[in-house]
Design a binder for this molecule. Sequence first.
Ligand code: XIL
Length: 329
Amino acid sequence: MKFSILLALAAAAAPALGSLNEKALAKGKHYFGNIADPNTLSDTNVQNILKSDFGMITPEYSMKWEATESVQGQFNFADADATMDFASSNGQKVRGHTLIWYASAPAFLTGLSKDDLTAAIKSHISTVVKRYAGRIYAWDVVNEIFEDSGEFRQSVFYTVLGEDFVDIAFRAASEADPAAMLYINEYNLEWAGPKIEAMIALVKRLKDRGVPIDGVGSQTHLELGKVDTVKDQLQYLADETGLDVAITELDIRIPLDVTEEKKQQQKTEYQTVVSACMAVESCVGVSLWGVSDKNSWVDQGMPGYDAPLLWDDNFAKKPAYDGVDAALN
Ligand code: XIL
């Protein structure tokens, strides 16, 4: 009795020491991360928050194909290098994002033959991955290749090469940087249905073919009210694939209008999602998709929603921050 009172007192008195990243490490995870790129790093508020709370950086845009090689054979690494340098100088790990994504496929890929498309993929991946070899914790090799129905998305990659494009991409990445963890990354894996089943089935086929794959990224772009199945689905993904899993792009958007009550709900839901990764042994870490509500992709991509992140438009901590902190304590 006395002992438990002492424990309770100690817990109550314990200050919330350390950054979100340090707390995640103390829980046995590899990192707690966020995104960056020169456009947001130009704001010192963003820099300071990234330095104080985060141990992993994902370039938001600068490493995508359209950003690095929009004209065939002409590479531009200025923004990617700047983001890489920011991370390196702060001792942060980097998740490379992303080598193959339909939404950043440059125009020159359209109309290529099978052989030419294969050559273009190999050259792109080899050049980008070798440039940062040894400095990247994990690459999202392919991103968003399924429809919610579980069918392959009809991208230029799939329509020309079929499922082979996945094998080609992973093998090229592995050759270029054998040390990087290689991920397949997808959204809407947070609930049961054909999409998560398609993902699991593909990973099993890839493993059967000896394709080097290490992890599945569950983006976890959520809207308020959708967190109940996150943990079970993450566990299911880990169990069925036998791979590492990670929450790679977490945000929880609020349907307008944003009220104090909804912000409190958002806090609870952030706690639930981050706790899910803590509870799933194969979950290596959580990355958020943005620092401040001021700079979220939700503003462009998700009309009718707002305020998805942990810091508000003025860089003040929201209740959501405390939800994440509670999950890590
Ligand atoms: C988004 C970025 O946030 C935007 O700035 C960019 O213009 C488009 O891409 N899923 C992903 C991310 O895998 O790469 C997307 O990022 C958000 C959805």
